[in-house]
Design a protein around this ligand. Structure first.
Ligand code: NDP
Length: 240
């Protein structure tokens, strides 16, 4: 068994979650990888990895997956609450069902992921919560109304959790990327919104790679437990 801590990642089947799984695996960590597309998790073909078909909107399966992985690899050292979707669109014409989905996955899904490891980390006086927000959790952007709302939520709970968990020696890091080249745009249904986003992205020469973000996450995690990077803001250099 690896001597390194178990790393739990939601939304590990593509993009930033997948890149982070690869980075921590290369650093010798066992993994708990969660997502709905099991074929994509299996295709990663990483050693010492428990793969679980989990929808983060369902609380119990996350806790069950954590218990199973901890029985095999020991306590979770970091929960990366990463799973999220961006159904961007004009707020006046966007179907409200798209809000529901974003709110459920990006806010309740994050809390469900935190809940699965919170008391264990408090009891052990050790652990890291890596909270996936966005630069859209720090300021607003056109066609991002509800998406921004969900990411401001992640900022707010992260700040509150950090204050609560600091005396318990548990770290809470909020991650705020700008444009990263992933499958995130696949969720945007409104053609005008998609065209605007792509034009803005092209104007700054494209997004950064998910590997850049994953390496930063690994570097922040590898600091001694007594030190914390409270927030990681990482964007393409040309993104303002
Ligand atoms: P991807 O679409 O590539 O990855 C999203 C991941 O979330 C997938 O693994 C997907 O897995 C998972 N996911 C979505 N819904 C659920 C669900 N209900 N239950 C479990 N897993 C789910 O995009 P990114 O890597 O870009 O997105 C990751 C996070 O990064 C998101 O929270 C996003 O908001 C955030 N972000 C992305 C930025 C970007 O520019 N790319 C910028 C800032 C933040 P599956 O479908 O298999 O379940």
């Amino acid at each position: 068994m690896s001597s390194k801590s178990l790393i739990a990642i939601t939304g590990a089947s593509s993009g930033i979650g997948e890149a982070t799984a690869r980075a921590f695996s290369a650093a010798g960590h066992p993994l708990l990888l969660m997502a709905r597309r099991m074929d994509r998790l299996e295709a990663l073909d990483l050693p010492d990895a428990v793969l679980k078909n989990v929808d983060v909107r369902d609380r119990a399966p996350i806790a069950e997956a954590v218990a199973e992985a901890e029985a095999r690899f020991g306590p979770v050292g970091m929960m990366f609450a990463n799973a999220g979707i961006a159904r961007l669109g004009d707020i006046a014409t966007q179907p409200p069902e798209e809000w529901d989905e974003m709110i459920d996955i990006n806010t309740k899904g994050v809390m469900n992921s935190v809940h699965a490891v919170l008391n264990g980390m408090i009891a052990r006086r050790s652990g890291t919560l890596m909270m996936m927000s966005s630069i859209a959790g720090r300021k607003t952007y056109p066609d991002h109304t509800v998406y921004c709302g969900t990411k401001f939520f992640v900022h707010a709970i992260s700040e509150s959790l950090r204050e609560y968990l600091a005396p318990h020696d548990v770290r809470v890091i909020v991650l705020s990327p700008g444009i990263v080249e992933t499958e995130v745009l696949d969720h945007v249904k409104d053609p005008a919104t998609l065209a605007n986003y792509k034009a803005n992205k092209a104007a700054i020469g494209g997004g950064i790679t998910a590997d850049i973000v994953a390496d930063l996450i690994l570097n922040a995690y590898q600091l001694p437990q007594a030190a914390i990077v409270q927030e990681i803001v990482i964007t393409p250099t040309r993104q303002k």
